[in-house]
Design a protein around this ligand. Structure first.
Ligand code: NAD
Length: 277
């Protein structure tokens, strides 16, 4: 099927790589114009290798190759003013805004009682306040339009507790609370708000030494992709270690499209059964 988002414009944060890039490409394949935002640089207290301006340029290239239109901006979602300027600029370019995907996010690890204050604060600033900033920059445009869909990328950690990521889990649960309140506030404006909750996704966020070794504390050396896969598979009901960015993009696409016109305030797992295990 093509054309499920024809004549629509989508704002996507975290669009330089991973899930955000997959959303940009998938939405463009369905006819949407894309406003793509990413920090494209390091975030303090995070030791996952960071994305770069080249990554964001590659997203733009892929969207254009698919026949789509895209504007990109390098912005930190913690910077509410810069975000508003970038969103307004994108909306001016394409004429309106219909869809918002708050996808930008970080991860780091640490036992709950040992987490450094800075780790906690940065996590909440990016993964919760950054989502709030994205909504406040974008929602006025959806209200002007009299319709819209907001998709917040949470995690299975927004539905259950996980070991070693109390700050991430708290922020991702916070995103659910934000979604539930916003859905009430925006329903009179015909704007829907939903969350997507992925299990592990095969992206740089998890495919790095820090996360891999968190899954295999028994190994005192770098953990291979296969060793990580073996440890990650039992988390899921289906016999897979992780889903792929396009799986999360497809769920986001459904929620963003008119096929989901009466769906709001839901938590949609893309989790291979993980949360029911
Ligand atoms: N990969 C997983 O296993 C997984 C599972 C569940 C949920 N998620 C969530 O999905 C979202 C996307 O993750 P991903 O796996 O694609 O990760 P990723 O690291 O591949 O991509 C995340 C992107 O967000 C950007 N970003 C980070 N902080 C930012 C900031 N302050 N401002 C702007 N951009 C920023 C990064 O630069 C990066 O390009 C995150 O919110 C993450 O928590 C991921």
């Amino acid at each position: 099927m093509t054309g499920r988002l024809t004549s629509k414009t989508a704002l996507i944060t975290g669009a330089a790589r991973g899930i955000g890039r997959a959303q940009a490409l998938r939405f463009a394949q369905e006819g949407a114009d894309i406003i793509a935002i990413d920090v494209c640089g390091p975030i303090e207290s995070v030791n996952v290798p960071h994305s770069t301006p080249d990554d964001l340029a590659e997203t733009a290239h892929l969207v254009e190759q698919a026949g789509g239109r895209i504007v990109t901006d390098i912005v930190d979602v913690r910077d509410a003013d810069a975000l508003r300027v970038a969103v307004d600029r994108g909306v001016e370019q394409f004429g309106a805004l219909d869809i918002v995907c708050a996808t930008a996010g970080i991860t780091s690890r640490g036992a709950a009682v040992e987490l450094a204050d800075a780790s906690w604060r940065t996590m909440v600033d990016v993964n919760l306040t950054g989502v709030w900033n994205t909504c406040t920059a974008a929602v006025p445009h959806l209200i002007n339009r009299g319709a819209g869909s907001v998709v917040l990328i949470s995690s299975i950690a927004g539905l259950r507790g996980l070991v070693g990521v109390a700050h991430y889990t708290a922020a991702k649960h916070g995103v659910v609370g934000l979604m539930r309140s916003l859905a009430h506030d925006l329903a009179p404006h015909n704007v829907r708000v939903n969350c997507v909750h992925p299990t592990n996704v095969d992206t740089p966020l998890i495919q790095n030494d820090s996360v891999r070794s968190g899954f295999r504390p028994d190994l005192d050396r770098p953990v291979t992709r296969d060793e990580f896969a073996a440890a990650a598979t039992p988390m899921n009901m289906l016999a897979i270690p992780w889903v792929h960015p396009v799986d999360v993009a497809n769920a986001s696409l459904f929620l963003a499209s008119d096929e989901a016109r009466y769906i709001t305030a839901i938590t949609l797992p893309v989790d291979a059964g993980s949360t029911q295990r």
